[in-house]
Ligand binder design. Structure first.
Ligand code: NAD
Length: 250
């Protein structure tokens, strides 16, 4: 396989399982050193042990991505161990409980906001100064088709994912005179543990909206994210890459 990430260092939030795990494995296979940040200690240990057993160079930072100290420590770990950070994948995310805006307490919006938006802000804030030292970086924020289309009974999720799209557009423009590119991806449903957080009714609704008639494969999402995280993605910044099986209408 073409080793597009030889000598690079990539930080993946929520890399213990699901989309983050698939992206981390692809980046590691293509030569990148890995920092996995995850709140799930057991799955995190398991995935990092697997990556290292495969000959990759991976470390784990356990903690909540919405905690400023965790974001700081994760970036510090990259700096201390390898002296650089090339790729940041802001992937950790939660759906929140299912329910209408008039049923859900506002505390549910606050909870989802912390993981989906605040953490993305924090990791950009802490990572960019280190990337600027080499005037190179690729930031990929994992938003969602929900952020573009809006899913009923998912207001905290849809609105915070829309905010991740807005954040991406702003931060990308702030860095246009540098070698750092900032983009986001907007996947439709993929079968991961995140679906256990919501209801079967909502999952069926989301799948029914996909013109290609099936969920995305993790390998399909990982392929796109890995390309957006690579040097080859040089002329798109502040951009939104759709991977929705035809669902996106803009
Ligand atoms: N699976 C889908 O259908 C789908 C579709 C569109 C977008 N996405 C987005 O993709 C991203 C990854 O989702 P996934 O489907 O792989 O989910 P997942 O639940 O399988 O994995 C998410 C990972 O993030 C970690 N995590 C969650 N909250 C955290 C926190 N506060 N601090 C640290 N780690 C935390 C979890 O422990 C887990 O390892 C999310 O941002 C999600 O919104 C998923």
């Amino acid at each position: 396989m073409n080793k597009r990430f030889n000598d690079q260092v990539s930080l993946i939030t929520g890399g213990a399982t699901g989309i983050g795990y698939s992206v981390a494995k692809r980046l590691g296979t293509e030569g990148s050193k890995l920092i996995i940040v995850d709140i799930n200690d057991e799955l995190g240990q398991q995935s990092v042990a697997e990556f290292n057993a495969l000959g990759m160079d991976a470390i784990l930072v356990i903690g909540d991505v919405s905690d400023e100290i965790i974001a700081e420590n994760a970036v510090k770990a990259a700096k201390e161990k390898w002296g650089r950070l090339d790729v940041l994948i802001n992937n950790a995310g939660i759906t929140g409980d299912p329910g209408t805006v008039w049923d859900l307490p506002v505390s549910e919006l606050d909870r989802v906001y912390r993981t989906n938006l605040r953490a993305t802000y924090l990791f950009c804030q802490k990572a960019i100064p280190l990337m600027l030292k080499k005037d190179y970086g690729r930031i990929v924020n994992v938003a969602s088709i929900s952020g573009k289309e809006g899913n009923p009974k998912m207001v905290p999720y849809s609105s915070t994912k829309a905010a991740v799209i807005g954040l991406t557009k702003s931060v990308g423009k702030e860095l246009c005179d540098t070698g750092i590119r900032v983009n986001c991806v907007t996947p439709a449903v993929a079968r991961t543990k995140i679906l256990e957080q919501t209801s079967a009714e909502i999952v069926n609704y989301m799948i029914s909206k996909i013109p290609l008639g099936r969920p995305a494969e993790l390998s399909e999402i990982a392929s796109l994210i890995t390309w957006v995280a690579s040097e080859e993605c040089s002329f798109t910044t502040a951009g939104v890459f759709d991977i929705s099986g035809g669902r996106a209408t803009y």
